[in-house]
Design a protein around this ligand. Structure first.
Ligand SMILES: [Zn+2]
Length: 291
């Protein structure tokens, strides 16, 4: 069973006017990353509907997708997406799982209550969070309380990580290795999934190897690295620590296609020697997927 552990999805209302929607919500960072247009005027990424996601999964023989919340700047937008994801999971329990997102600006009580609410609604993790993009410190006390509750409720936490050597795209944020090591060490009972191969930070920083509670996903890999990254990172991290994830609906192969290309990415992973564990087994185990 193939699991795509890193997918983003939005209600159809967002796609009608993404830039206008973002402006009304005050979601500047999302707008920067997700409503960009190419020089020819075409959007850099589309915002497909739930049905389009299910079709893309069918084409790629992906049985289950894990919907990750966005790292919104406003607590209200987080709650709004959590409710939408709860509806998606209720409608397609065999095909979808979902993570809840949060912003500590909601305050401690509200943040913890929202996590419990999301858990009761069937959501199974937290993220994708990005303190560096959302404008709070990794030492934020509300974040700390949320990460402890995540451990208690057995909800893994997905964090956005930037490769410091990557091209400076609009919306690029620096995410120091130190911050992730500190979070993982301070919350040893919390399971962390560092997105985008963990920004390759573990290649440089020995301390990641001592963090038994840290895993990595492969989201957006083709945008940054060639297919040779697969054997290299599987050897460096250990295949039991890697979860296949695409970053759908991000356009992964802009030179060959304007679509998200989930199926092409699955094929690349298989050619790169990703086995059943990386393609789904690890996600089932680490994220606690049922069914
Ligand atoms: Zn990300």
């Amino acid at each position: 069973m193939i699991v795509d552990a890193h997918v983003h999805l939005y209600p159809a209302e967002v796609d009608r006017d993404p830039a206008g929607w973002a402006a009304a919500r005050g979601e500047k960072h999302w707008a920067l990353l997700c409503t960009r247009r190419r020089r020819d005027g075409r959007p850099v990424q589309s915002l497909p509907t739930l049905d389009a996601l299910l079709r893309a999964m069918d084409d790629a023989h992906v049985e289950r997708a894990v919907l990750l919340g966005w790292y919104w700047e406003k607590p209200d937008t987080c709650v709004w997406q959590n409710r939408f994801y709860a509806d998606c999971v209720r409608a397609h329990p065999q095909r979808l799982a979902a993570f809840a997102t949060l912003h500590p600006a909601a305050g401690r009580e509200q943040t913890l209550a929202e996590i419990r609410r999301a858990r009761d609604d069937g959501l199974i993790g937290l993220g994708e969070l990005s303190p560096h993009s959302q404008g709070y410190s990794v030492d934020d006390p509300v974040l700390s309380a949320a990460l402890d509750l995540a451990a208690e409720l057995r909800m893994p936490v997905n964090l956005h990580v930037t490769d410091p050597a990557s091209r400076r795209y609009p919306g690029w944020v620096e995410t120091p290795a130190e911050d992730f090591v500190r979070l993982a060490q301070r919350h040893p009972a919390t399971t962390f999934v560092l997105a985008h191969w963990g920004g390759l930070l573990a290649l440089q920083d020995e301390r990641f190897r001592q963090c038994a509670n840290v895993y990595y996903d492969t989201a957006a890999s083709p945008l940054m690295y060639g297919a040779e990254i697969w054997p290299r990172m599987l050897a460096a991290l250990g295949p039991e620590r890697v979860l296949f994830g695409s970053d759908y609906p991000l356009n992964l192969y802009p030179r060959v296609s304007v679509a998200a290309e989930m199926a092409r990415f699955v094929a690349e992973a298989k050619l790169g020697a990703a086995g059943d564990a990386v393609l789904g087994g690890n996600a089932r185990r680490v994220l606690g997927l049922r069914g």
